[in-house]
Design a protein around this ligand. Structure first.
Ligand code: SF4
Length: 688
C-alpha cells in the first residue's frame, strides 16, 4: 500500500526461524521501521518482535550495499554491466565443465533467501549445470537434526507449533539452546508458560538466560549429551515410567534401545557429564509423568561430530515417554536462519535429496523432475559443503557459484576455506554485500535484501509465510530469483516465470508436502500454511504424527544413540574447553548486524567469556585483550569475565570477522550428517 511516499509491506522477519511477521515501512528507498502485524495472527509474535526484528534493518540502507555487478581485474574489482557479468559467468563455468566435466562445478544456496530462490538455485545446479554438488548452510547448523529425525520419526522438521504447543505445554526439556538470545520471541513463550507453572528443565554447559526461569538448571560437560539423555531413558524404563501403550502401538525396535541405554546408570552419567543422580532422576521423572512435554534444542546439540546421535537420543526420549503426535508435545529443533526449514531443507538445495526430501536415486522421482524440466537431475549423491572445500583443494572442483553464503567465516576452518577459494579457477558470488567470501570472487552480483523482494519463508514450525517488498533494491541490485532466471537464460534455458508465484506453482507440482500451497492461498491465510499441505483443500498440518509416523508402516523407529564424547579434550597445552554461540544483538556471520547500529552499539566486537576464578588464575582482567590459541590457530579478543559456566569452559560468539572463532575450531565431521564439530575445542587463553 502507498501512503504518499511512505510504503508499507506485511512481511516476515529475515533474521531467525521463529518467523515473526510485521509491517515493514519504507520511504525513498530507506527502511523507516517495523510494527508487529495483526495481533490475532497465529505465528509467534502476536505481542512483539525482538530487538533484531524491530531495530535490525539499518543494513538495508548501508552504504556498503552492492549496487552494480563487479568483475575482478587483478587485485581490484571494476563495475560491469549485468550482461557482461552473466556472460563471464557463462563462459567461465562452461569452460571448466568442458575441460573437467560437469561435476567440476559446485553450487551453494542460502537459507537467507526465499523458498522460490532456493528452489531455482538447486534447479540451476541440477538442470542447467548438471552437477550433483549443491548444498547450503543448513549443513552447518541443523543437518544433524534433519538426519536424526528422518531416521526416527520420518520428517526432518519440528513436529509441533510454537504458540499452541510450545506456548501451552506442561513441561520442557531445553538443551543446547541459548533461546533467549537466539530465538527471543519463542523464548518469551517459554518464559511466560514457565511463570504460569510449566516445568522447565534446562541442560547446558552455560547458564543461559532461560536457566533463570527454570525449575531446574543442570550444568553439563560440553559434548557429553548422549550420556545424560540415555541415562534419562534408562531411568524412565527402569522405573516403569515409559509409555508402554504408545511404544507397543506406535514404535519399532524398543528392545534394541533398552539394551543400548543399559550401561548409563545415574552414577555413570555423573562420571561422564557432571549431572548428579538427583538432577537426572528428578528431570526424568517429571518429564515422564507430565501430560505433555516439549523437547527443544539448537546448535549446542547439533554442531558436534556426533550431532546426529544427540538428536537420535532426544527423539528416543520423546518416543519412550509418548510425548509426540499430540497437542502440547513434540520434538522442537529451534532452527536458525529465517528460511532454513524451507530454503535450506524443503527446497532441496542439498546433495542427497531433491526438493521435498524426495530421493534422487528413485527412478520415479527422477522421472517426475525430468518430465517437468526436460532434463533428468543427476542421480548421484553430491558433495556436502565441507567436502566441497576439500574437493577444491584436491583439484576435483574448479568452479563455484555461491548465493548468499559466507563460508569464509562459517566454515570450521577459515584458513582452509580461504586457501580453497584462492585455488578455484572461478568463483561467482551473489550477495547484498562484498562479504569476506565475495572478496575472493571473480564476479560479484548485487542482490536485493528481504526488504526489497517477494517470496515465501518457511519458519521453524513448518509455516510457509509471505515475504513482501517495502522498498526498491538499491542501484542495479536485483532479486536472487531474477538473477537466477537471467543467468539460466545465458546458459540457453528459458525459465518462464512471471513472478515468484509461478515458481511456487512449480514447487507445488513437484513437491508433495507443498502440493496445496499457492500465493492465492497464502494471501488468504495471512497466518501461513504449515506443511504437509498436499492439495488445495488441505488446511495444512499444525502438528505431525497424530495418526502415523512418516514411514510405510506408520510406526516410529527407536534408533539407539551409541555413546560418543568430545573429539578434543583439554590437555596441558590447551587446558580449556571453548564453546560457541549467538548473542541477542547479532546474527550468524554478522554480515547484516555488523552493519546495524543497535547491534554494534551493544556488542561492537568479539570477546571471550571467562569464569572469574579462571581469569584470576590466568591473570586476566575484565575488558583487557587476550590471545585464544587452539591447535589450529589463534585470535585476539576482549576478555569478558562472568560466572556462567564451569571455570574450565570459555565461550566466544560466532559473529565476528576480527577475532573469528572459526580460526580455532576443528574440521572433524559427523559421519551421518557431515556437520562439523563447532562446539568443543581445546584452547589456552593468555594475557597479551
Ligand atoms: Fe525476527 Fe526471530 Fe526476533 Fe522474531 S524472534 S523478530 S523472527 S529475530
Amino acid at each position: 500500500a502507498r501512503l504518499g511516499r511512505i510504503t508499507k509491506a506485511e512481511t516476515t522477519c529475515n533474521y531467525c526461524a521463529v518467523g515473526c511477521r510485521f509491517e515493514l515501512y519504507g520511504k525513498d528507498g530507506d527502511v523507516l521501521g517495523v510494527r508487529p502485524a495483526d495481533p490475532e495472527a497465529t505465528p509467534a509474535n502476536d505481542f512483539s518482535t525482538c530487538v533484531k526484528g524491530k531495530f535490525g534493518y539499518d543494513f538495508v540502507d548501508s552504504d556498503d550495499r552492492l549496487t552494480t555487478p563487479l568483475i575482478r581485474e587483478g587485485e581490484e574489482f571494476r563495475e560491469a554491466s549485468w550482461e557482461e557479468a552473466y556472460e563471464r559467468i557463462y563462459e567461465e563455468l562452461s569452460s571448466i565443465q568442458d575441460q573437467h566435466g560437469d561435476d567440476a562445478v559446485a553450487v551453494t544456496s542460502s537459507s537467507k533467501c526465499t523458498n522460490e530462490e532456493n528452489f531455482l538455485n538447486q534447479k540451476f545446479a541440477r538442470q542447467v549445470l548438471n552437477t550433483p554438488h549443491v548444498d547450503n548452510c543448513a549443513r552447518l547448523c541443523h543437518s544433524s537434526t534433519v538426519t536424526g529425525l528422518k531416521q526416527t520419526v520420518g520428517y526432518g522438521a519440528m513436529t509441533n507449533r510454537i504458540n499452541e504447543d510450545i506456548g501451552e505445554t506442561d513441561c520442557y526439556l531445553v538443551t543446547g539452546s541459548n533461546t533467549t538470545e537466539s530465538h527471543p520471541v519463542l523464548a518469551t513463550r517459554i518464559k511466560q508458560n514457565a511463570r504460569d507453572g510449566a516445568d522447565l528443565f534446562v541442560f547446558d554447559p552455560r547458564e543461559v538466560g532461560l536457566a533463570e526461569h527454570a525449575t531446574q538448571y543442570t550444568r553439563t560437560n560440553p559434548g557429553e549429551d548422549i550420556a545424560w539423555i540415555n541415562g534419562m531413558i534408562r531411568y524412565i524404563i527402569e522405573q516403569d515410567l515409559h509409555d508402554v501403550e504408545f511404544i507397543e502401538e506406535r514404535t519399532n525396535h524398543f528392545e534394541e534401545l533398552e539394551e543400548k541405554v543399559d550401561p548409563f546408570t545415574p552414577e555413570k552419567v555423573e562420571e561422564l557429564t557432571g549431572v548428579s543422580p538427583e538432577e537426572l532422576t528428578h528431570a526424568a521423572e517429571t518429564i515422564a509423568e507430565a501430560d505433555t512435554c516439549i523437547f527443544g534444542w539448537a546448535m549446542g546439540m547439533t554442531q558436534h561430530a556426533h550431532g546426529t546421535r544427540n538428536v537420535l537420543a532426544l527423539a528416543n526420549l520423546a518416543l519412550v515417554t509418548g510425548h509426540i503426535g499430540k497437542p502440547g508435545a513434540g520434538l522442537s529443533p529451534f532452527r536458525g536462519q529465517n528460511n532454513v526449514q524451507g530454503g535450506g531443507g524443503d527446497m532441496g538445495p542439498a546433495p542427497h535429496n531433491l526438493p521435498g526430501y524426495q530421493d534422487q536415486l528413485d527412478d520415479d522421482v527422477a522421472d517426475k523432475f525430468a518430465d517437468a524440466w526436460g532434463e533428468r537431475p543427476p542421480q548421484e549423491i553430491g558433495l556436502r559443503l565441507p567436502e566441497q572445500f576439500d574437493a577444491i583443494v584436491e583439484g576435483d572442483i574448479e568452479g563455484m557459484y555461491i548465493m548468499g553464503e559466507n563460508p569464509v567465516l562459517s566454515e570450521p576452518d577459515i584458513r582452509g576455506a580461504e586457501h580453497a577459494l584462492e585455488d578455484l579457477d572461478f568463483l561467482a558470488v551473489q550477495d547484498i554485500f562484498l562479504t569476506e567470501t565475495a572478496e575472493f570472487a571473480d564476479v560479484v552480483l548485487p542482490a536485493a535484501s528481504a526488504a526489497e523482494k517477494s517470496g515465501t519463508f518457511t519458519n521453524t514450525e513448518r509455516r510457509i509465510q509471505r515475504v513482501r517488498p517495502a522498498i526498491e533494491p538499491p542501484g542495479e541490485a536485483r532479486s536472487d530469483l531474477r538473477i537466477l532466471c537471467e543467468l539460466a537464460e545465458h546458459f540457453g534455458y528459458e525459465w518462464e516465470y512471471d513472478s515468484p508465484a509461478d515458481v511456487m506453482d512449480e514447487i507445488a507440482d513437484l513437491v508433495p508436502i507443498y502440493g496445496g500451497v499457492s500465493y492465492d492461498r497464502l494471501d488468504e491465510h495471512t497466518d501461513g500454511i504449515q506443511w504437509p499441505c498436499e492439495d488445495a483443500d488441505d488446511p495444512g498440518t499444525p502438528y505431525l504424527y497424530e495418526e502415523e509416523f512418516n514411514f510405510d508402516d506408520g510406526k516410529a523407529r527407536f534408533v539407539p544413540a551409541d555413546y560418543a564424547g568430545p573429539v578434543e579434550m583439554p590437555d596441558e597445552e590447551y587446558p580449556l574447553m571453548l564453546t560457541s554461540g549467538r548473542v541477542l544483538y547479532h546474527w550468524h556471520t554478522g554480515t547484516m548486524t555488523r552493519r546495524t547500529q543497535v547491534s554494534m552499539d551493544h556488542v561492537p566486537e568479539s570477546y571471550v567469556t571467562i569464569h572469574p576464578e579462571m581469569a584470576e588464575q590466568l591473570g586476566v582482567e575484565n575488558g583487557e585483550y587476550v590471545r585464544a590459541t587452539s591447535r589450529r590457530g589463534d585470535i585476539v579478543v576482549k576478555a569478558n569475565v562472568a560466572d556462567v559456566s564451569d571455570p574450565g569452559v570459555v565461550f566466544i560468539p560466532m559473529h565476528f570477522a576480527q577475532g573469528a572463532i572459526n580460526e580455532l575450531t576443528q574440521h572433524e565431521l559427523d559421519p551421518d550428517s557431515f556437520i562439523p564439530e563447532y562446539k568443543v575445542t581445546s584452547v589456552r587463553i593468555e594475557p597479551l
